[in-house]
Design a protein around this ligand. Structure first.
Ligand code: PTJ
Length: 249
């Protein structure tokens, strides 16, 4: 692909596609990650490619949950590392939280490549290679995780997740924060806090909220998380999309 001019109306979208495509060529993003990205793009289009007020509320609540957590972990897959590596590292450093590579299409080669990519972007420690534990009720290698990481985490941030794993993490008693542009996916409906936003906007926005909330009383943060109504937020997001579509014609 030739150089994309900044004046192109779809500049950001095309640059983002380029990132995913390059990461796939390097064996970091799985080939089906491109399909997942396309689905994400379609839903992003429906919300107007901007953080909605509902997503912003979810991002604030996610920040509160991460701040009160004892062992928070950010789960990284092949799409996330292609789109927001520095942003994830920066958020993990600030909270502080652990970073763990946890893949749907797991191979040792891909895990190694993603760990290396994170380290090249400045991550000091990355979990996921040891894989000395597994998430109960999940078939196959996608349940593999680190005992010191996701297995013992109390709060897990899972961008671009599959619904099964989200449910299994919840069955383990963990608080799951999902980032998923599709508000009707199983993941979106299963997570405790769902962020219907692009991971490229969501991670920096959670970081903005972490900075704002860092000095708040724990009691206040706990109340923010306790009173979060995920179902209501999903309903409001769907209603926002349908009103937006109606207003276009
Ligand atoms: O790297 P691996 O092996 O762990 O595989 C990762 C993928 C993403 C391929 C795997 O988890 C997968 O197949 O996911 P799904 O089931 O296709 O779900 C991906 C979800 O993420 C979909 O609901 C998309 O709408 C959503 N999505 C895609 N791109 C983005 C997104 N959500 C937020 N930001 C995005 N940029």
């Amino acid at each position: 692909m030739g150089e994309i001019p900044e004046s192109h109306p779809r500049y950001l979208s095309l640059k983002t596609r380029e990132k995913i495509s390059q990461a796939m060529k390097k064996g970091i993003t799985h080939e089906t990650g491109l399909i997942a990205h396309g689905r994400g793009e379609a839903f992003d289009y429906l919300i107007g490619e901007k953080t909605t007020s509902f997503a912003d509320d979810a991002e604030r609540t996610a920040a509160a949950a991460l701040l009160i957590a004892e062992n928070p972990v950010i789960s990284i897959n092949g799409n996330v590392v292609a789109l927001a590596p520095e942003e994830c590292i920066s958020l993990a450093d600030l909270i502080p939280a652990k970073l763990e590579v946890n893949l749907f299409h797991r191979t040792d080669v891909r895990v190694d490549k993603i760990v290396k990519e994170l380290k090249n972007n400045g991550a000091k420690e990355v979990y996921g290679k040891t894989a000395d534990a597994s998430i109960p009720d999940l078939d196959h290698d996608r349940g593999l995780c680190d005992r010191e990481g996701i297995f013992s985490a109390d709060v897990v941030l899972v961008p671009l997740e599959d619904g099964d794993r989200c449910q299994s993490l919840r069955n383990m008693g963990k608080t799951v924060i999902a980032i998923d542009l599709n508000p009707i996916s199983r993941t979106a409906r299963t997570a405790n806090i769902t962020i219907v936003d692009n991971v490229t906007r969501a991670i920096p926005n959670i970081e903005k909220w972490v900075k704002k909330l860092k000095n708040k009383e724990e009691k206040e943060l706990k109340e923010m998380v306790r009173s979060w109504d995920n179902e209501k937020m999903l309903e409001e997001t769907l209603s926002f999309i349908s009103k937006r579509l109606n207003s276009l014609f």
